[in-house]
Design a protein. Structure first.
Lengths: 263, 269, 330
């Protein structure tokens, strides 16, 4: 247990040293946020509300999506497959903790650091630039905290799972690119899922991706209340369960293969 | 001159052969790349079903902007792979760039030939498909001038993005940290140019008019192709400035690049 | 006969900017920059005649790579004269580079993802080698360097020894008159080292290629070079025949002994005491005068020894000793 927190802290501290990169990343985030906010405003045109989202909420959405990029490592995460390809995994597997937990701890540290350095900061910049929506009342803030934790868990589990492809093919990177691209499409990262046609939303809900972004954003914007809110959070929990279980099974199969083939 | 072109073809030919050797890997990468860049447009298509238009432009018209940028950026990304600031920065840090200085060949040619990422072909094909969709939906009234001018705009866009890539790579002689900022100009700029520019705030638009002349490379030509009025009241020849803007940015990039090489030679890494 | 390399009072100074730490430091960095002047090469002069095989030695950071980079045309000197084959390297880059070859131990000159033979083929076009000449050279080097087993392997999959041989071939295909070798045997096993050395000897004696060899490995120098230059802290400390160097400093070995007790007098026949540090004593003895086992025998007859080890002369201690000598001379 202590090892978990040690790893977590180390990872957190390491992220903090990448100050220059974080600053540059923030500039990028801010630019794209402004860009998407302009697109959103143009889309709305004269409308004040679409699918339950006011223009203000929609603009807040563009900031929130930028804020989650670093937090959920949205664009790429290939650490595990790289360690399989370089052979580092053999020493990692010898560590006195489950391989999954090993990476979980490190990703937690990274995610918290990212949330502070590039999540919070972007929202503050947005608040200075635009009028943004904020969660109201302590229940909403609590729900947000829970949703954030769950969305990180879902995100990590599916990233971990996709990386495991490296055990079976040398083309895991291409597969990963495909999977990440798909995740942007189906998670409500590009546009709020409510804006899409119903059949598309139903399709997305068959995947864990909405549980990473769309849910947490909708919790923040306050469009989910009461039973809908509980349902969404439970949905996240369900996906965590499914992905972690699958991840463990696949990992076991993968390690077996590794051991048999001699790495 | 011809030997230089010959050498370039040999350099990239060798790489293409090496990449095609692993056909499965290549296909996987191609599809992966296509998915990564294609989803943006797919989203737009689905979204516009509800919103009908963006800034007054319909799906066909926005697709035209999108298609031009995607096709041109894809072509640039493939041709100028060697100048991709991330890739080039790594070469400089590793000391591989010195290798180029030790060969009796023009440095720029060598950098162009040093990397050719064939899978970026996927983005070109995507862009072309989007463009085809656009031309079908938008009902362009074709004239001989328009037909002749379209490839010119594409070429100018390639030069424009290529110039930005070169500037980004040159900066890595000094520092690798600012690559992100260059990404704002290249990837950010290309996304920005994929939408009609009148939706942006004044200062953003003015930046991309007077400092980095992106507006003349896509938006103004689009006004011409789609027979739309100019909301900013620029002179009537504005849509035809694309080759000037594209060549200008490329020339500026190359000048800065030569300066960067001289600096590298006097200070090492 | 005019020299192929003529270097006069060559200087290369670097400004190293001080990175101020912390928040206030970063702000002050924006306003003014503090820098230190590093004199990597500080007034070096020498001449090399065509056909020579010269060793260029020095500790890390002595200025070896900087000198080589200037000779190759990669770096512009801060001051002094530099001419290679009558040209100023950095001014006439393409003409200069077409006549030299370079091999770096730390990285390859070939294309990483391409099979070796494809890299070599590309070089034919890069250096505009006449097809006949290219075929002839390639055939000769393939045999001498035993390249056939891995000609079709991508460079990234080669072992270090294989890569070195491929790089050597690549460096000589265009018949350069001058070859720079930067740590060519680093990381190789003894057999591989010998193979490389043989090849270098061959191209120097049979093809008359002038070779400038920088290395940390003294046995490289002993087996190949007749002339040696030693650089340290940007200055040339020694430039002369290897024999002279050997006479003055080489052939000396060290025996480090840890005695079981503190002895006042630790003198022994055949060696002199270089350093004494309580119970640890460093003896220096001539390779030809006495063997290590003889010396150990003499010592153990007289004293009680807890531990000992034999140290061979390396370039660092040789240079240190040269400094000591200089201090003694003045």
């Amino acid at each position: 247990m202590r090892l978990f927190w040690e790893l977590c802290k180390l990872s957190f501290q390491r992220q903090l040293t990448y100050r220059a990169a974080a600053l540059a990343g923030l500039a990028t985030n801010f630019f794209f946020g402004l860009l998407r906010a302009a697109v959103m405003t143009a889309l709305y045109g004269a409308r004040r509300e679409v699918a339950g989202l006011s223009l203000e909420s929609a603009i807040t959405f563009t900031g929130l999506t930028q804020a989650t990029i670093a937090f959920l490592s949205l664009f790429s995460w290939y650490d595990v497959m790289n360690s399989v390809y370089t052979g580092d995994i053999s020493s990692d597997l010898l560590k006195p903790m489950s391989y999954f937990t090993f990476w979980l701890a490190q990703d937690l540290g990274r995610a918290v650091a990212a949330l502070l350095m590039r999540g919070l900061t972007i929202m503050i910049a947005y608040a200075l630039m635009f009028r943004i929506t904020l969660p109201r009342g302590w229940q909403q803030w609590l729900a947000l905290a829970v949703a954030l934790l769950l969305s990180w868990l879902v995100s990590f589990s599916w990233r971990f799972l996709i990386n495991l492809a490296a055990f079976w093919t040398p083309n895991a990177l291409g597969i990963g690119r495909f999977a990440f691209g798909l995740s942007w499409f189906l998670s409500g990262f590009l546009m709020p899922l409510r804006f899409f046609p119903d059949w598309f939303v139903r399709l997305c809900n068959l995947t864990p991706f909405p549980a990473t972004i769309n849910t947490v954003i909708e919790v923040y914007l306050g469009v989910l209340t009461g039973p809908e809110l509980i349902q969404a959070l439970l949905g996240q929990v369900l996906w965590v369960f499914i992905l972690v279980m699958t991840g463990h099974l696949v990992l076991r199969a993968g390690v077996q293969k590794l051991v048999i083939q001699g790495g | 001159m011809w030997s230089a072109i010959d050498l370039y073809y040999r350099l990239i030919g060798a790489q293409i052969r090496a990449q095609l050797q692993y056909r499965v890997a290549f296909l996987v990468e191609l599809i992966g790349q296509a998915m990564a860049t294609g989803v943006w447009f797919l989203s737009l298509v689905l979204i516009l079903q509800r919103f009908k238009s963006i800034g007054g432009w319909t799906l066909g018209e926005v697709s035209f902007l999108y298609g031009m940028v995607e096709t041109a950026f894809g072509m640039m990304d493939m041709l100028f792979s060697g100048f991709d600031p991330g890739f080039f920065g790594r070469q400089v840090r590793r000391g591989t760039f010195d290798q180029l200085l030790l060969r009796p060949v023009d440095i720029t040619l060598q950098v162009l030939g040093s990397e050719f990422v064939l899978r970026r072909l996927g983005r070109i094909l995507q862009g072309a498909a989007i463009l085809a969709v656009a031309l079908a939906l938008a009902e362009v009234r074709w004239t001989p001038i328009k037909l002749a001018y379209l490839p010119v705009v594409l070429a100018s866009l390639v030069c424009f993005f290529g110039g930005l890539f070169i500037i980004g790579s040159t900066i890595t002689f000094w520092t690798v940290e600012s690559i992100e900022v260059v990404n704002i100009l290249t990837y950010g700029g290309s996304e920005m140019m994929s939408y009609p520019m009148h939706i942006y705030r004044d200062w953003m638009r003015r930046f991309f008019t007077y400092i980095v002349p992106g507006i003349f490379l896509n938006y103004y030509p689009a006004l011409f192709f789609l027979d739309k009025p100019d909301p900013f009241g620029l002179p009537p020849f504005a849509p035809f400035l694309s080759p000037v803007a594209g060549a200008g940015v490329l020339a500026a990039g190359l000048t800065f690049w030569r300066f960067g090489i001289r600096h590298y030679q006097s200070t090492g890494t | 006969m005019s020299s192929i390399i003529a270097v006069g009072d060559l200087r290369k100074h670097f400004k190293v900017y001080r990175h101020r730490r912390g928040f206030w430091g970063a702000l002050r960095n924006l306003a003014t920059r503090q820098y230190a002047l590093v004199r990597a090469v500080d007034g070096v002069s020498f001449e090399i005649q065509p056909g020579e095989l010269v060793g260029y030695l020095g500790p890390n950071g002595a200025g070896k790579s900087t000198t080589i980079k200037m000779l190759a045309g990669l770096l512009v000197p801060t001051g002094g004269d530099l001419r290679v084959d009558g040209r100023v390297p950095w001014r006439e880059r393409r003409a200069h580079v077409a006549r030299i070859g370079a091999v770096f131990g730390q990285r390859t000159t070939l294309w990483w993802d391409l099979p070796v033979i494809e890299s070599l083929d590309l070089l034919q076009y890069i250096y505009r080698i006449p097809p006949e000449r290219f075929r002839h050279n390639l055939a000769e080097f393939r045999e001498l360097l035993e390249l056939d087993p891995f000609l079709d392997t991508p460079v990234r999959a080669l072992s270090l020894g294989q890569r070195m041989r491929a790089d050597l071939c690549a460096a000589l295909l265009h018949d350069p008159t001058l070859l720079f070798l930067d740590e060519p045997t680093i990381g190789l096993d003894v057999v591989a080292k010998e193979r490389i050395r043989q090849f270098i000897r061959h191209i120097n004696s049979q093809r008359g290629v002038t070779v400038l060899l920088t290395t940390h490995d003294l046995s490289d120098v002993e087996k190949l070079c007749e002339r040696v230059m030693i650089i340290d802290r940007g200055r040339l400390l020694f430039d002369g025949a290897l024999d002279a160097l050997r006479e003055r400093f080489g052939g000396q070995r060290e025996l480090v002994v840890e005695f079981a007790e503190l002895y006042a007098d630790v003198a022994v026949d055949g060696a002199h005491v270089a350093r004494q540090d309580g119970q640890q004593v460093v003896y220096r003895f001539e390779r030809n005068a006495v063997t290590a086992s003889e010396l150990i025998g003499r010592l153990s007859a007289r004293y009680r020894i807890r531990d000992l080890s034999v140290r061979e002369p390396d370039i660092e201690s040789t240079v240190r000793r040269i400094y000591e000598e200089r201090l003694l001379e003045t």
